[in-house]
Design a protein. Structure first.
Length: 196
């Protein structure tokens, strides 16, 4: 019998053509040769995608630690003004209510800390991918694939800076880790790169 698809001469006892996989007698399964070719093709495509991702990541230029430090100082100068205003208002309100000074001070510190965390999380998850201080120095924060981070990842990274601040160990780690990642970057799965 002759295959209707590739015109190969096939014995009538065969259920499918060994050349093209055309099924006979109601069988429409491709041959194992075609299946292995399809699997190899999928593997090749997967390899090409991962190679492209590696090539893309190789183009990321890690930001200089000095630029990151200056960016952090600039952000501190920007955020300190609203924190001081809010702290003053909390203190004033606490004085009106005749509240204990220590409780008022604790409230002001917690609100200031939360405001600082929100400041960074909002800006890092924005289209800028950087706080104003970082943006002035042409650096931004991305995930390990070079993609923008979400608000919650930015919130986690900013919150983790509390741990990095203990004896500055988390910041010092950036001098010794791959891709100059501080403790908060390791915890959040982020890297700081130069903007293109």
């Amino acid at each position: 019998m002759r295959c209707t698809k590739c015109n190969t001469d096939v014995p009538s006892s065969y259920l499918k053509c060994p050349s093209c996989g055309q099924g006979f007698h109601g069988i429409n399964t491709p041959s194992s040769f075609n299946q292995s070719n399809q699997t190899a093709s999928q593997s090749s495509t997967s390899y090409q995608k991962s190679s492209a991702q590696i090539a893309q990541n190789a183009l990321l230029k890690i930001a200089n630690i000095g630029a990151r430090f200056v960016g952090m100082l600039l952000d501190s100068l920007i955020i300190i003004v609203p924190i001081l205003i809010i702290g003053f208002l909390i203190g004033f309100w606490g004085g009106l209510l005749d509240e204990d000074d220590q409780i008022t001070a604790l409230k002001a510190q917690l609100v200031g800390l939360l405001l600082g965390i929100l400041y960074e999380a909002v800006f890092l998850s924005s289209p800028w991918q950087a706080t104003p201080g970082k943006r002035l120095l042409n650096i931004k924060v991305v995930d390990l694939n070079g993609q923008p981070i979400s608000f919650w990842r930015g919130f986690g990274r900013s919150s983790a800076k509390i741990l990095s601040s203990f004896f500055l160990i988390g910041y010092i780690m950036a001098f010794f880790t791959e891709n100059k990642r501080a403790l908060h970057d390791l915890m959040a799965g982020t890297i700081v790169i130069e903007s293109k």
